[in-house]
Design a protein. Sequence first.
Length: 157
Amino acid sequence: MSEKLQLLWLFVLAAPIACVAWTVTHEEVFKEVHEWCVRKSETSGSIFVRKFFYLFTCEYCFSHYVAAGAVLITGYRLLLPDWRGGFVAWFTLVWIANVYMSLFGRLRLDIKRERVEIKLEEKEVEREEDEAATPPTARGPRLAAAARPPARPANRA
C-alpha cells in the first residue's frame, strides 16, 4: 500500500474509532453502562478491576481498545508492513481519533453556547415586546420626582 493510501486510511479509519469511543463514554445510549463502570472504577477493592473499568469511562483510554480492534480487524499497517507497522498504526489512530473527539467536543460546546445565547436574546426581545405593548399607566405609578426636570445648579460667585 502506498504512503498516500496509508494516510487516507489513517484519517478515514480514525473517524469510526472516535465515533465509537465518544458514543460509549459520553452519550445517553450507554448512560447506565457508563455509570456502572464509574461506580466499579471508584468502589472496587482491586486496583486492577478499578483500572479496567476506568478505561470504559474515559474516551482517550477507551479509544485505545477500539483502535486495537480496528487494527486487528482491518489488518491496517502504517509505514511498515509487519507487526511494527500495526503498532505504529494503533497509536497513530488513537492520536488522530482523539483529535477528532476534541474537535467534536469543542464544536458541541460552541453549539450549546450559541443556543443559550439565542434563548437569552429571545427572552429579552419578548420582555421588550411585552413592555412596549403595556400602556404606561399599567406599568405602575410614576413618581412625582421622576416627572420633574432636574434642578439647575445654583450660581455661586
